[in-house]
Design a protein around this ligand. Structure first.
Ligand SMILES: Cc1cc2nc3c(=O)[nH]c(=O)nc-3n(C[C@H](O)[C@H](O)[C@H](O)COP(=O)(O)OP(=O)(O)OC[C@H]3O[C@@H](n4cnc5c(N)ncnc54)[C@H](O)[C@@H]3O)c2cc1C
Length: 413
């Protein structure tokens, strides 16, 4: 272990930001190795996954959970005199809510980590106790512990630790609708009325979308999920309709992965492409669309102005679902020395490897090794979905590998 690797020589206090799947798995891994762990979660355990709880994961349970997490829960059941059937089968394709209820929440209640998790506690800022961002020299930085400002309700306090694992995801910070990725005129004023996540259009949010015209923006799996859900709703309530805006000129909105082994992903791609290109369906797909402005209409909906291949058009809609991707909240570590990628805003070493990958299939990826998780800030690591910055290619399987990689750099206490 040396200074170039950006890791302090000693210390056993680890703060983990976020109790999503990667934060929880990291907490269990660290506790089993004797570290003093504190998990800081701004909401509830698995907050983000619960918010898209109606969506079915593409990857099977065995890929979404760690061997040490599964073993800990199995052993806990055995100690309690019960069998371990409560764990889902390895090949189960769970919804987000099932994954949370059948694995993440039991993991968070495991006696090893239950007391380490502080819910409703938001990390506001991370610095060093006696080093400023502008102080150069890795060796001297690691002599000073991390200092975190955290907020619980109205109460603010500071916490000190030797290592920080930022597992806070990206789901809380969305990209913009406007052309070029900047907000278009009217977007900021309308932002609170736009859905930026994945509404449950056939479930608890059904009434909001039923019989209405919804503008869906985006060309990823989230947009495809929303479009497929709205088309299902339209088959039940025919007055429901969808305008789907994507910005590329591909012949179909979704890129097809040849021989996709994730059957759920392949089925969603096929269904959404079919919905977009069939003549008489509920979905009106408009490729090459660049959003110029968003205004509120007199009827309480929106008028969205788009430009497509030099032509302008106004579209009226009752609802907007903007599935335009997410970005890391870098404000919490802006007083640290983190070298970021100018394109993805992920940490540069990992981003450089990811930008070199050409496959459209995120399953083809592997964790590129511990060194790619280091930054100029010794002892600070970004793991999980946030480590990919704006890229949506992250898989839980990679995050689990990242945990093992990072702990190969941190000396056990
Ligand atoms: C709809 C959808 C489907 C997906 N399907 C799959 C799939 O099938 N397979 C797969 O491998 N991946 C999938 N992913 C990608 C990825 O695995 C998930 O996004 C996963 O939730 C990432 O886990 P995470 O722990 O990195 O972050 P998150 O689950 O986002 O957890 C981050 C946690 O940090 C908390 N937090 C954020 N900021 C702060 C702060 N300042 N202070 C304290 N706490 C904070 C949040 O409240 C949250 O609980 C999917 C993603 C989405 C959105």
């Amino acid at each position: 272990m040396n200074e170039e690797q950006g890791v302090p020589q000693s210390g056993n206090r680890i703060a983990i930001v976020g109790a999503g799947p990667i934060g929880l798995e990291a907490a269990m891994f660290a506790k089993q190795r004797g570290f003093d762990v504190t998990v800081l979660e701004q909401g509830r355990v698995a907050e983000n996954i619960r918010s898209w709880g109606h969506v079915r994961l593409f990857s099977p349970f065995s890929m979404n959970s760690s061997p040490w997490g599964r073993a800990a829960l199995t052993e806990a059941k055995i100690e309690a005199g019960r069998d371990s059937r409560a764990l889902p089968p390895e090949d189960a394709l769970l919804t987000g809510l099932e994954f949370a209820e059948q694995y993440l929440l039991p993991l968070s209640r495991h006696p090893e980590i239950a007391d380490t998790i502080r819910q409703n506690t938001r990390v506001i800022a991370i610095g060093r106790a006696s080093r400023w961002k502008s102080d150069l020299g890795g060796a001297s930085r690691q002599e000073s512990p991390f200092r975190l400002l955290v907020r619980t309700g109205q109460n603010e306090e500071t916490i000190e630790c030797d290592f920080v694992l930022d597992c806070s995801g990206t789901y809380s910070s969305h990209n913009h609708l406007g052309a070029g990725g900047i907000p278009c005129p009217g977007e900021t004023a309308s932002a609170k009325r736009i859905a930026w996540t994945l509404p449950d259009v056939t479930g608890c949010d059904r009434d909001e979308y039923s019989g209405n015209r919804t503008l869906v923006v985006g060309s990823g799996y989230s947009a495809a999920t929303t479009v497929a859900g709205l088309a299902e709703l339209a088959s039940d309530v025919p007055a429901t309709s969808v305008v789907w805006l994507t910005r590329t000129d591909r012949p179909q909105p979704m890129e097809t992965i040849a021989d996709d082994s994730l059957t759920g992903r392949a089925a969603l791609t096929s269904l959404s492409n079919q919905l977009a290109t069939e003549q008489e369906g509920a979905v009106d797909w408009k490729p090459c669309s660049l959003i110029q402005s968003v205004e509120s209409s007199q009827q309480g909906g929106f008028v969205v102005s788009i430009e497509s291949k030099g032509k302008c058009e106004n579209i009226e809609a009752d609802r907007i679902v903007a599935n335009v991707g997410y970005r890391p909240d870098r404000s919490i570590y802006e007083e640290l020395q983190i070298h970021e990628c100018y394109a993805t805003q992920g940490p540069i070493k990992l981003a450089a490897v990811l930008l070199g990958e050409t496959s459209a299939d995120c399953l083809a990826q592997t964790c590129p090794g511990a060194e790619t998780l280091t930054s100029p800030e010794p002892g600070f690591f970004i793991l999980g979905a946030k480590s990919y910055g704006r890229s949506s290619q992250f898989l839980l399987r990679i995050g689990i590998d990242q945990i093992e990689a990072v702990f190969s750099l941190i000396p056990a206490p």
